[in-house]
Design a protein around this ligand. Structure first.
Ligand SMILES: [Zn+2]
Ligand SMILES: [Zn+2]
Length: 343
C-alpha cells in the first residue's frame, strides 16, 4: 500500500532528487558507498543521502503477447547497516556484497510459462526463490520503497531510494505489465541509474551497452545462470559496486596503475571466484511473504506440479493451439489459469 509521505520529507526528497540528478551516476554511487558527502549537496541533504538505500530491480516478461510479468529479481543495500558491521570493503568488495539482500520472486499467475531465454528459474544462487501473488509482490515493493527513517518517529518520513536498473529493463516496465509499479516515479526515488552508464562512466568499459558477463569478466568473475532474474539483479549490483570502487580496491600507482583485480595488496591473496562461491553460501533471508513451493496446476503452496494429485489437469486451449510451445506447455496448467484469450 502506498502511504502518504510527510510533506516536509517530500520537499526534502524532491530537493535532493533535483541536485542528485545533475551529478554523474557513477560519482553519486561511489560517494554513497564510501560514506562520503556529495559535493553539490548541502549539509542536511548529505544527511538524507547517507540514509539512502540502494535497490536494484530486474524484471522478466513473456516475450509474446500478453507479455505477462513472470519474475522479479530484487536486491537492496543499506550503507548504514554496512557501517555498523564492517570497517573495510574486503579484498574484492565482499563485505559490501554480504549486506546485499537478494530476492527472487516468481508470480503465481505466470509461473507455468516457459522461459524462452533458456533461463533456469529454479537456479537462484544468492537466496531463496519464492512464489507470490501479484498483490503480495506489489506490497513488498511498496515496503522497500517506503522505509521509515525511524521506527519510533514515523513523522521523520521515509529514506531516500537510489534505484539501479540495467539496459532497457526500466523502460520496458513502462509499456509492459508491471504490477502498476514504476520504481522511477516513486516519491522516495532520488535517482534512477542505468548500471550500463555507471560502468561506462567509471571506465570499466568504453561501451554504453556492455553485457553483465562482459562487465564482471573485467573483475575475473564468471556468472552462473545469469538470466534467472534473482541472479541477474545480484550480478548487476556487483558490477555497479565494483566499477565505482575499482580504484579504491585495486589501484596502486607503481605496481597496478590500471587497477586490475588480483595484482596487488589484499586482492592478490584472494581469488575473486572463491569470494563469489562464499557469497552464494552466505545466509540471506527469504522475502517475508509468498511460498517456497508452488503447484501451477492446482495453485497449492504445499507441493510442486510433479507431486500434484490432480495430474490429469491440462489446458485445453494450449493443447489445441497452433503454437508448438504452447502444446508442449499445456500440461503445466489448467484452462482456467491460462493467460491466453484464444487457442
Ligand atoms: Zn497441485
Ligand atoms: Zn493455456
Amino acid at each position: 500500500m502506498v502511504l502518504p509521505v510527510p510533506k516536509s520529507t517530500q520537499q526534502k526528497l524532491e530537493g535532493l532528487r533535483r541536485v542528485v540528478d545533475i551529478s554523474p551516476p557513477a560519482t553519486v554511487l561511489k560517494q554513497y558507498l564510501k560514506g562520503e558527502p556529495l559535493q553539490v549537496l548541502s549539509g542536511s541533504q548529505n544527511k538524507l543521502f547517507k540514509h539512502a538505500v540502494v535497490v536494484c530491480v530486474f524484471r522478466k516478461w513473456l516475450d509474446q503477447v500478453p507479455q505477462s510479468l513472470m519474475e522479479i529479481g530484487i536486491t537492496t543495500f543499506d550503507r548504514l547497516a554496512f557501517e555498523k558491521k564492517f570497517t573495510s570493503p574486503g579484498a574484492h568488495g565482499e563485505n559490501f556484497f554480504k549486506l546485499i539482500w537478494s530476492m527472487h520472486v516468481r508470480l503465481h499467475k505466470s509461473a507455468h510459462l516457459p522461459q524462452s531465454d533458456g533461463a533456469k528459474p529454479d537456479q537462484f544462487h544468492f537466496g531463496t526463490t519464492i512464489f507470490s501473488t501479484e498483490e503480495q509482490a506489489r506490497h513488498m515493493l511498496d515496503d522497500i520503497w517506503q522505509q521509515p527513517m525511524s521506527e519510533e518517529e514515523p513523522k521523520r518520513g521515509f529514506r531516500a531510494i537510489i534505484y539501479l536498473s540495467f539496459g532497457n529493463n526500466d523502460s520496458l516496465g513502462m509499456t509492459r505489465p508491471n504490477l502498476d509499479f514504476n520504481p522511477s516515479s516513486m516519491k522516495t526515488t532520488i535517482a534512477t541509474m542505468n548500471v550500463q552508464n555507471i560502468c561506462h562512466q567509471a571506465g570499466t568499459t568504453s561501451h554504453q551497452d556492455a553485457s553483465v558477463e562482459y562487465l564482471l569478466n573485467v573483475f575475473d568473475i564468471k556468472t552462473y545462470d545469469l538470466w534467472n532474474t534473482g541472479n541477474a539483479a545480484t550480478y548487476i549490483t556487483y558490477a555497479a559496486f565494483l566499477s565505482v570502487l575499482r580504484k579504491d580496491l585495486y589501484f596502486d600507482a607503481k605496481t597496478n596503475p590500471k587497477a586490475k583485480p588480483g595484482k596487488f595488496g589484499q586482492s592478490a591473496k584472494k581469488d575473486s571466484m572463491e569470494v563469489m562461491r562464499c557469497l552464494a553460501e552466505w545466509p540471506t533471508p527469504p522475502p517475508p511473504f509468498g511460498c517456497e513451493k508452488f503447484c501451477t496446476l492446482c495453485k497449492s503452496c504445499d507441493h510442486t506440479p510433479l507431486e500434484c494429485p490432480k495430474v490429469s489437469l491440462t489446458c485445453k486451449k494450449c493443447e489445441a493451439s497452433f503454437m508448438f510451445w504452447r502444446q508442449v506447455n499445456a500440461p503445466s496448467h489448467s484452462s482456467k489459469q491460462c493467460i491466453f484469450a484464444n487457442k
